[in-house]
Design a protein around this ligand. Structure first.
Ligand code: ZN
Ligand code: ZN
Length: 229
């Protein structure tokens, strides 16, 4: 079972225990629900169950990046519902089967590689769509923030003033923080690309891991970016 926790008028956290503690978000839109980062492979049965019972009505899946912790269950949910999966062109090859799954760097990546020998961490997605610069998908505008992975994006929901930040910006108990450098493809690029967030207007930060920051997120992100640069 999973509960939906309302964060903003149109965005919910899908409260679903998963091995990588990935935050899974659902955005209610006029045509149905958009799932953002469906999580690692094990989440698919629960999400498909919600859809079958009519508690959610999936119309598409967006992923912030191709790490299996965020996108591993996309293929199975796609097959169970027929919805398409969206990703940035620079991460597409890791989801459509052209390249092996993209694993984090460092020890966590080594552990996942060992697991990957017995479990398919990121089955290929055949109904893949690719973000275009500046073109929203439904209510969500992709903001390229490469570095953690080559095609990492944040997703801005301007109507609700919410920035869904994937692993470009995480949170811990004290506020915004960077993903550990040793998990990222190119940590320096990841840090530099956060400049793209400075000009955005938002009040809520919904990270890929860690508690959402509601209401005063913009000030806290700006303060963090000033300290970090
Ligand atoms: Zn990641
Ligand atoms: Zn992550």
């Amino acid at each position: 079972m999973a509960d939906l926790l309302e964060l903003t008028p149109h965005i919910f956290l899908v409260k679903l225990m998963n091995a990588t503690r990935t935050n899974i978000y659902l955005v209610r839109e006029a045509g149905g629900d958009t799932l953002i980062d469906p999580g690692p492979v094990g989440t698919a049965p629960v999400i498909l169950g919600l859809d079958r019972r009519g508690e959610i009505r999936l119309q598409r899946i967006l992923v912030t990046h191709a790490h299996p912790a965020h996108a591993g269950s996309a293929a199975r949910i796609m097959r169970g519902t027929g919805v398409r999966v969206w990703v940035h062109p620079d991460d597409a090859c890791y989801l459509d089967g052209r390249e092996p799954p993209l694993l984090p760097k460092g020890r966590r990546g080594q552990l996942m590689a060992a697991l990957g020998r017995v479990v398919d961490l990121c089955p290929p997605v055949f109904r893949l769509e690719q973000f275009q610069p500046g073109v929203p998908v439904g209510e969500l505008l992709p903001i390229a923030t490469p570095g953690h992975t080559p095609g990492h994006v944040c997703l801005l929901h301007a109507g609700d003033g919410a920035l869904i930040s994937g692993d470009a910006l995480l949170t811990d108990g004290s506020g915004p923080t960077l993903s550990p450098a040793n998990l990222s493809e190119d940590p320096a690029r990841a840090r530099d690309s956060l400049a793209a967030l400075r000009g955005l207007s938002f009040q809520h930060l919904l990270p890929g891991h860690g508690p959402p920051i509601l209401h005063d997120a913009k000030q806290r992100v700006d303060a963090f970016l000033s300290r970090a640069s």
